[in-house]
Design a protein around this ligand. Structure first.
Ligand code: CP
Length: 321
């Protein structure tokens, strides 16, 4: 990699979390993603930007959207994309994360995209490999490209992020999506309001989020959070990260915290609905809201390809199309 070329891109090797990013870097990624959106609308969806580069997708947890969109993003930039699932790798024979990363590094990839169930796994491998490491979700810690694609969706729908009121509803405690979004939205000047069962709201969150130009607070009820919201983000219940006992039953959760038409009516008349997916219909969100006129859930997926193209381009280095 030509270091001079890299300095014209992002001044960093890795994308590990939104907490590390400056407002200017977030802005650069979103602007670059805007330019890449157009590529997906072409008859031939390919630009030579990352020709000769190699991107490895290393997924230790299941994924539909993130893994597919990173693969599509790499291929649309003409990079070689290789997918590795933990279940079909030598991890099942007992190989450690570090040994896996060192062996992949020996094959000279330019970027390693990693999803792992343990918080901090991407940070661990970023210290031992020369390739750019991109966090595709680590435990309950961060999911930076999800927050970036959410930001692109909000920006396109609302004309900006500063001053926008965003209600994030549900399992905040176990959600890396919520954590990355809180970092990003507060840095960019949004007003973030969180609501969910008390058992699924982390203690002291306001203290761990550095003061940006925006704000973050807990609402006493879901209705209070929704009142006057410009953006409503429903979160999936992360049953795979719960040991149980956080709420009596999924039925009760749906009745008390599910996003339905009646609750959505409390938000602004032009409020948009987001969800990172996969959605649990009838639990955290009703089908008529998920499929309704204000839902931008599939726009988020579309924007995910452009954001991941931007991140790969800005980190792995390439020429502008
Ligand atoms: N939003 C998201 O991370 O979806 P996947 O788990 O399908 O990648």
């Amino acid at each position: 990699m030509n270091p001079e070329a890299k300095s014209m891109l992002l001044h960093r090797k890795d994308l590990l979390g939104i907490a590390d990013l400056s407002v200017a870097e977030i802005g650069m990624i979103l602007e670059t993603a805007e330019t890449f959106r157009e590529v997906s609308g072409r008859a031939i969806k390919k630009v030579p930007t990352l020709r000769g580069k190699t991107v490895i997708n290393l997924f230790f947890e299941s994924s539909t959207r993130t893994r597919t969109s990173f693969e599509i993003a790499a291929k649309r930039l003409s990079a070689d994309a290789i997918n590795i699932s933990a279940s079909t790798s030598s991890v099942v024979k007992g190989e450690t994360l570090i040994d896996t990363a060192l062996n992949l590094e020996a094959m000279a990839p330019d970027a390693i995209v990693i999803r792992h169930g343990s918080s901090g796994a991407p940070q661990q491998i970023s210290r031992i490999v020369k390739a750019s490491v991109i966090n595709a979700g680590d435990g309950a810690h961060e999911h930076p490209t999800q927050a970036l694609l959410d930001a692109l969706t909000i920006r396109r729908a609302k004309g900006g992020i500063a001053g926008v009121r965003v209600a994030i509803i549900g399992d905040i405690l176990h959600s890396r999506v919520a954590r990355s979004n809180i970092h990003l939205l507060t840095k960019m000047g949004a007003e973030v309001v969180l609501a969910g069962p008390r058992t699924l709201l982390p203690e002291g969150l306001e203290q761990v989020i550095p003061a940006g130009t925006g704000s973050v607070c807990f609402a006493a009820t879901i209705e209070e959070a929704l009142a006057g919201a410009d953006v409503v983000m429903a979160l999936r219940i992360q049953l795979e990260r719960q040991s149980g006992g956080f709420f009596p039953s999924l039925r009760e959760y749906s009745v008390r915290y599910g996003l339905n038409q009646r609750r959505l009516a409390l938000a602004k008349p032009d409020a948009i609905v987001l969800h990172p997916g996969p959605i649990n219909r009838g639990i955290e969100i009703d089908s008529d809201v998920a499929d309704g006129p204000f839902s931008m859930i599939l726009d988020q997926v579309e924007n995910g390809v452009a954001v991941r193209m931007a991140v790969l381009y800005l980190l792995a280095g390439g020429e502008k199309p």
